[in-house]
Design a protein around this ligand. Structure first.
Ligand SMILES: *Cc1c(COP(=O)(O)O)cnc(C)c1O
Length: 373
């Protein structure tokens, strides 16, 4: 649509394109008339929320007329204990997405710069652009690397300059599933100048089973410029409730708390997140299912002649060896929703979330049919 009012928008807003989410189930039903849909497009937990979280939500509905606790006291206490920091080091947000946006709004503006990697999570580009700041996008590691399309920390460091204020690191990254080990990441963070805030996005932290994979929140105590973001949307199965948080030094937390809306997270989300943290059995089940099924789906995809990027998350980046969009469309007609990633500069790949065994069977049968055709 031609928007006559676009010239009135702030400069950073004019060039923005809206985020492309995974296709909702109801939309596919409406548009294609298919039913019994399998959605493997947004890296959600196929087992759903923890039973304890559901019970906490039900219990919290009695207070819906009241504003939530603006400071999220109970949840912050629990998160602070978990990360070994003071409660003043935790900022909770309407999904970790909100925290990424608040960080950009806090530290960027025209004339300032942000660094991130090619093929990095799409929200970084959107958050930076909205502020009118300059993007510095580092080339990713090559396809032949052990971490294909992953972050090249040397290339990222080379783009840091006097006007850089933010560096985004996704560990692991979405959509590539690639990751950085403790030594490499700590060295990278340690060499950044004092005028740079570094954000380590650990949205998939709980899924990762690599011994050398770091919990970057352990470094916050000694690095006031480090911010680590986590979410309840992925392994905790609470994507609909929108709850994420940042662990940082108290100074960054103070800045984020000045800019955030007073009631940016709902009472239901706070209650559910608190209960979800305590339901370690559900988390363990979810992580175990993902480990078993991601291996099985990857192997089956390789068997179909496709290329699979090794992933430590709950999704696989699959090289279709040809333009992926027609395969995405054909899978929709089989009532299977996956995620095209041409907007990430990967037109031959699809990102496929790992589902339940039954969902994955449906995916693999549909893939087999579509590729054979
Ligand atoms: C899903 C995701 C997020 C954001 O999730 P929220 O639902 O906003 O908490 C952040 N970073 C990455 C890399 C993700 O994949």
């Amino acid at each position: 649509m031609t928007n006559k009012l676009l010239d009135l928008a702030a400069p950073g807003i004019r060039g923005l394109r809206s985020y492309q989410p995974g296709k909702p189930i109801a939309e596919l039903e409406r548009e294609y008339g298919v039913t019994d849909i399998v959605k493997l497009a947004s890296n959600e937990n196929p087992l759903g929320p923890a039973p304890r979280a559901l019970a906490a939500i039900a219990a919290a509905t009695g207070d819906l007329a009241r504003y939530p606790d603006a400071n999220g006291f109970d949840l912050k206490q629990a998160l602070a204990a978990r990360h070994g920091v003071a409660a003043g080091c935790i900022t909770i947000g309407n999904g970790s997405n909100e925290l990424l946006v608040l960080l950009a709004e806090s530290f960027l503006g025209p004339g300032l710069e942000a660094v991130y990697s090619r093929h990095a999570f799409a929200v970084y580009a959107l958050a930076v652009q909205a502020t009118g700041a300059v993007h510095r996008v580092a080339d990713a590691l090559p396809q032949e690397h052990a971490q294909p399309y992953g972050h090249d920390l040397d290339a990222m460091a080379a783009l840091v300059g006097p006007d850089t204020r933010l560096v985004f690191v996704a560990n692991p990254n979405n959509p590539t599933g690639t990751w950085l080990d403790a030594d490499a990441l700590e060295r990278f963070i340690g060499q950044l100048p004092e005028h740079v805030i570094v954000v380590v996005d650990e949205a998939y932290f709980d899924y990762v089973r690599e011994p050398a994979y770091p919990d970057a929140s352990r470094w916050v105590e000694h690095n006031p410029n480090l911010v680590v973001t986590r979410t309840f949307s992925k392994a905790y199965g609470l994507a609909a409730l929108r709850m994420g948080y940042a662990v940082s030094g108290p100074e960054v937390a103070d800045i984020l708390n000045r800019i955030r809306q007073p009631f940016n997270t709902s009472s239901l989300a706070q209650a559910a997140a608190l209960a979800a943290l305590e339901d370690t059995a559900h988390l363990a089940r979810s992580v175990e299912l993902n480990a078993v099924e991601s291996r099985r789906v990857a192997k089956a995809c390789t068997g179909l002649g496709l290329g699979v990027v090794p992933s430590v998350g709950n999704f696989l980046l699959v090289d279709m060896r040809t333009e992926a969009e027609p395969i995405f469309e054909a899978l929709l007609r089989e009532a299977v929703i996956v995620r095209p990633v041409a907007n990430y500069g990967l037109p031959k790949h699809l990102r496929i979330s790992v589902g339940t065994p039954a969902e994955n069977d449906r995916l693999l049968a549909a893939l087999h049919k579509v590729i054979a055709a």
